[in-house]
Design a protein around this ligand. Structure first.
Ligand code: SAH
Ligand code: SF4
Length: 388
């Protein structure tokens, strides 16, 4: 496998506080305003290295390169699927941890405009331990920093995927895309860096992604939801419910033992009431386990009477999984039961199955000996692709 240098002494510029950078600059005889100029430049998509920050003096660019890493991540693999509509990247961190991000393009269809969604990780691994999730099975590595989160989005800005493709409009470059925290990790178990990253992504002097285009998905960390109400009321909330009955949810989403369904749904409801924003209830459909008519009726009860929306996701089974995804007829019956009860519901297609695009699956493959012989085309530069 392609090995990348792991020992890196220089701090990453995207994780250096503005005051710290200002002190570093002043010590080199630079004016203090350079700090915001440098940080604004680093979070500008077009600039891929310090040398690209051409509004800075050349000597300063060289000094910055000696003092700091430009990016917190090195992208080691990019795999493409769905005819180029889905691409998944594996990013290596300075200490050898690996995380993933995925870009999904949806071409325009009838009344729906084309859109792009970038799915990013908030932690290396995850401690929640949902048994159907590859990340959960792999366990917890460490928290990501705000820079490591933002750099995943910047990675896609520097590839052709964000701007090109069939039926795609180049305005994605201006920030008209969605960001979802649905990659590896539980974002509300890493609140400070995740909230800091949202603010950086949102900053009009940087990428300027509207808060309404950002979604935080949680397995149900109730205090984290409360903090979102207080601190990020413009950001969308998705709750991974997956079961409408506590005994089953204790097994599928083990954090349920701490915050059971009633508390999680109540927190979602408080979020919806306080923000007037519709909360998405995610429900992974597992054959013969959580897809029964009884559970559909219970779920309808939980989702009714407040601003919620149910998103049904067929399980993408992890290697060796004891479960499979529900059959399409079961999913349709489940959806119709919810609809009949007046609950807004959609069925999400599982994108990128052929590149293991669900949460943490490619990472799990990499932790083993080698990548599967992919039915995928690896196409981008400057990344090293595939395995040696
Ligand atoms: N930890 C957060 C966000 C990351 S997981 C959360 O759980 O919400 C993002 C979504 O992917 C969650 O809804 C999760 O349940 C779902 N997911 C994980 N593994 C999956 C799989 N094998 N098939 C389908 N969806 C999966
Ligand atoms: Fe963690 Fe989410 Fe995977 Fe559960 S589904 S293990 S919370 S990443």
């Amino acid at each position: 496998m392609t090995e990348l240098p792991l020992v890196e002494q220089r701090p990453a510029i995207s994780d250096v506080a503005q005051e710290e950078l200002a002190a570093w600059l002043v010590a080199r005889g630079e004016p203090v305003y350079r700090a915001s100029q440098v940080l604004g430049g680093v979070h500008r998509p077009a600039a891929a290295c310090f040398a690209d920050l051409t509004d800075l003096p050349a000597t300063l660019r060289t000094a910055l390169d000696g003092g700091f890493r430009y990016s917190t991540i090195v992208t080691s693999h990019v795999l493409e699927a769905d005819g180029g509509l889905t691409a998944k990247a594996v990013h290596q961190l300075h200490d050898g941890q690996r995380i993933e991000s995925v870009l999904m393009r949806t071409p325009s269809r009838r009344r729906h405009a084309a859109r792009t969604t970038i799915c990013i990780s908030s932690q290396a691994g995850c401690a929640v331990g949902c048994p159907f999730c590859a990340t959960g099975q792999a366990g917890f590595g460490r928290q990501l920093t705000a820079g490591e989160i933002v750099d995943q989005v910047l990675h896609w800005h520097r590839t052709p995927w964000l701007a090109l493709g069939p039926d795609w409009r180049p305005d994605a470059r201006d920030g008209h895309y969605n960001i979802v925290f649905m990659g590896m990790g539980e974002p509300l178990n890493n609140v400070e860096p995740v909230f800091a990253a949202v603010r950086l992504l949102n900053d009009p002097d940087r990428l300027g992604v509207g808060a309404r285009h950002i979604t935080v998905s949680t397995s149900g960390v109730v205090p984290g939801v409360e903090r979102m109400i207080e601190e990020l009321p413009q950001v969308n909330l998705a709750i991974s419910l997956h079961a409408a009955q506590d005994q089953l949810r204790d097994e599928l989403v083990p954090i349920n033992r701490k915050w059971p369904i009633a508390e999680v749904v109540a927190a979602g409801r408080r979020f919806a009431d306080a923000t007037r924003r519709r909360v998405s209830l995610e429900y992974v459909m597992i054959a013969e386990l959580n897809d029964t008519p009884e559970l559909a009726a219970r779920l309808a009860g939980l989702a009714s009477g407040w601003l919620s929306h149910v998103n049904l996701i067929p399980l993408n089974p992890t290697p060796g999984s004891r479960w499979t995804g529900s059959a399409p007829t079961r999913i349709r019956a489940f959806r119709d039961a919810l609809r009949g009860a007046g609950v807004p519901v959609t069925v999400r297609d599982t994108r990128g199955r052929e590149i293991e695009a669900a949460c943490g699956q490619l990472h799990a493959q990499l932790a083993g000996r080698r990548l599967p012989e992919p039915a995928t085309k690896a196409t981008t530069e400057p990344v090293a692709v595939g395995v040696a």
